[in-house]
Design a protein around this ligand. Structure first.
Ligand SMILES: Nc1ncnc2c1ncn2[C@@H]1O[C@H](COP(=O)(O)OP(=O)(O)O)[C@@H](O)[C@H]1O
Ligand SMILES: [Mg+2]
Length: 225
C-alpha cells in the first residue's frame, strides 16, 4: 500500500431508512487518520448501519461519506479502491463455509501478488496471533462462535487495511480472548497507523480508544474523550 497511514473518514449529514424505519438521521462525524473511536449505543440504535455506510456496503439516502477527502459512490472512488483500504469484522462473522480457517484468512491476500507459500505463512502467523494455530485446517462449522470470530478478525487484518471497521468484534469472546483481539486491533493502529472504528459494548475497549460516540435512535447524542 502506497500510504501506510490510516485513512481519514468524514460522514456528512447522512440519513438512511429501511422502509419506514429511520436507521440513521442526519449523522455527521469526522475520524482522523490513526484515530481509534468506539461507537456505543443500544441494540437498534443504528451502529451497524453506520459502519455499513462508512464501508460502502450501503448507500445513504441523504448526505455522503468521504474517505481521504474523496466521496465514496463516485467514479473517482470505485469499489475496488475501497476494498483495498477497508477491512471489516462483521457482527455475524461471515466466513466462507467451504473453506478452512487457514483458507479464509488467505482470501484477502489472494490479490496481493504473494507467492502461495508466503500467503500460507502469513495466514498461519495471523491464526497464531489470534490463538488458533491448531485450528487452521478446521472448517467454520467445526469451530465455536468465538473461534469463528477470531478467524474473522485475522482475515480482516490480513492485508493490513488503512481503515478497520469492526462490529462487536469481542461480542462472543471471554475476557482473555477479548483482550487478545483488542491487542491485535490496537497493535495495527500503533504499528501502521490504521484508523479504527469499533462498535462495542465491551467496557475494556473504552480506555484504549481516543473517543467514544453514542448513538440513540439513529442520532449521535454524545461525544466524549
Ligand atoms: N436491512 C434492513 N432492513 C430493515 N430494517 C433494518 C435493516 N438493517 C437495519 N434495520 C433497522 O434499522 C435500525 C438500526 O439497525 P442497526 O444499524 O442494525 O442497529 P444496531 O447495530 O445499533 O443494533 C433498526 O431498527 C433495525 O431494525
Ligand atoms: Mg448491530
Amino acid at each position: 500500500m502506497s500510504d501506510p497511514a490510516g485513512a481519514a473518514v468524514v460522514v456528512e449529514g447522512v440519513s438512511k431508512r429501511f422502509g419506514r424505519v429511520p436507521a440513521l438521521t442526519d449523522v455527521s462525524l469526522a475520524v482522523g487518520s490513526r484515530e481509534a473511536i468506539v461507537i456505543s449505543g443500544r441494540s437498534g440504535s443504528g451502529k451497524s448501519t453506520l459502519l455499513a455506510l462508512i464501508g460502502g456496503l450501503e448507500q445513504p439516502d441523504a448526505g455522503r461519506v468521504l474517505i481521504d477527502g474523496e466521496p465514496i459512490w463516485t467514479r473517482r472512488h470505485p469499489a475496488h479502491v475501497r476494498r483495498d483500504v477497508v477491512g471489516f469484522v462483521f457482527q455475524r462473522h461471515l466466513l466462507l463455509d467451504p473453506l478452512t480457517a487457514q483458507a479464509n484468512v488467505e482470501v484477502p491476500l489472494l490479490g496481493a501478488g504473494l507467492r502461495p507459500a508466503e500467503r500460507r505463512r502469513r495466514a498461519r502467523s495471523l491464526l497464531e496471533q489470534v490463538g488458533l494455530a491448531d485450528r487452521a485446517e478446521h472448517l467454520p462449522s467445526q469451530l465455536s462462535g468465538g473461534e469463528r470470530q477470531r478467524v474473522a478478525v485475522a482475515r480482516a487484518i490480513a492485508n493490513e487495511p488503512r481503515l478497520l471497521l469492526a462490529d462487536e468484534p469481542t461480542g462472543a469472546l471471554d475476557s482473555v480472548t477479548s483482550e487478545r483481539v483488542l491487542d491485535l486491533l490496537f497493535d495495527l493502529r500503533d504499528r501502521l497507523g490504521t484508523t479504527l472504528i469499533v462498535v462495542s459494548y465491551d467496557l475494556a475497549i473504552g480506555p484504549r480508544a481516543d473517543r467514544t460516540i453514542t448513538l440513540i435512535d439513529g442520532q449521535i447524542v454524545e461525544e466524549g474523550a
